[in-house]
Design a protein around this ligand. Sequence first.
Ligand SMILES: NC(=O)c1ccc[n+]([C@@H]2O[C@H](COP(=O)([O-])OP(=O)(O)OC[C@H]3O[C@@H](n4cnc5c(N)ncnc54)[C@H](O)[C@@H]3O)[C@@H](O)[C@H]2O)c1
Length: 255
Amino acid sequence: MKLEGKTVLITGGGQGIGQGIAYRLADQGANIVIDFVGNPQSANDTVAQIEKRGRKALAVEADISSVDQIHGMMKQAIDYCGAVDVLINNAGVEKHASIWEASEHDYDLVLNINLKGAYFASQAFVQHRMAVKKPGKIINVSSVHEDLPFPHFTSYCASKGGMKMMMRNLSIELAPYGITVNNIAPGAIETPINTALLNDPVKLKALLENIPLGRLGQVSDVAGVAAFLASSDADYITGATIVIDGGLTWNYSEQ
Ligand SMILES: NC(=O)c1ccc[n+]([C@@H]2O[C@H](COP(=O)([O-])OP(=O)(O)OC[C@H]3O[C@@H](n4cnc5c(N)ncnc54)[C@H](O)[C@@H]3O)[C@@H](O)[C@H]2O)c1
């Protein structure tokens, strides 16, 4: 098993993509710490499923937009598992708002969770890896919207575009310490973040017509790539974004 003996911390790991990654990495031998906000039942169920696989698992409640809570989360993970070898910055939210009516509250919410949260979780992880003088891996769950426009979701696109440059910058800054930094950029994946879309047959049909592979992505499509990036097979990859979108990003044609 490729992740035997490794501990992976996944922010927002109690549902959706983060939960799918947690299960896949546990299947590959990793101990898992998930962070969650506001849904202890789902976080506890996730822990139970990981323990069934014979791995150590811990759920830590931490709002990723709070730097204090991030450092508390990292400390609890290290105390419980002895170390954290891989950080997956997965927690994220989106808010629909045209710029002429967007609120400061929603802008701050999106940027503070998606970008500031990933930045300071990376800081806490890097401080730990430097203290133990060991290499490590940071994997950010970004989005195709680190590149692709998404009108009326400008704060989301700004957060994911910021995540792209944060990843590229940190990949250079942290290379001397053996810490790799990469992004996973999903397209449309069937998770709770897309509930409104999934319940709107007209929008869903239009989206599917834009996906060359003709289907939505599943959490397992993302989890496999996360497992690869977390393993030593990806030791020489840093500063990269791996797009998982069924061909959506480059599906432009002229008749
Ligand atoms: N589903 C998609 O189509 C899609 C596409 C591209 C990118 N993504 C990204 O994937 C990531 C996971 O999204 P998902 O699709 O699983 O949606 P989701 O809504 O199921 O999961 C989001 C997770 O983030 C957590 N979270 C939210 N606010 C938090 C906070 N303040 N502190 C800690 N955790 C918090 C939630 O509790 C949840 O576990 C997000 O970063 C999202 O932007 C999703």
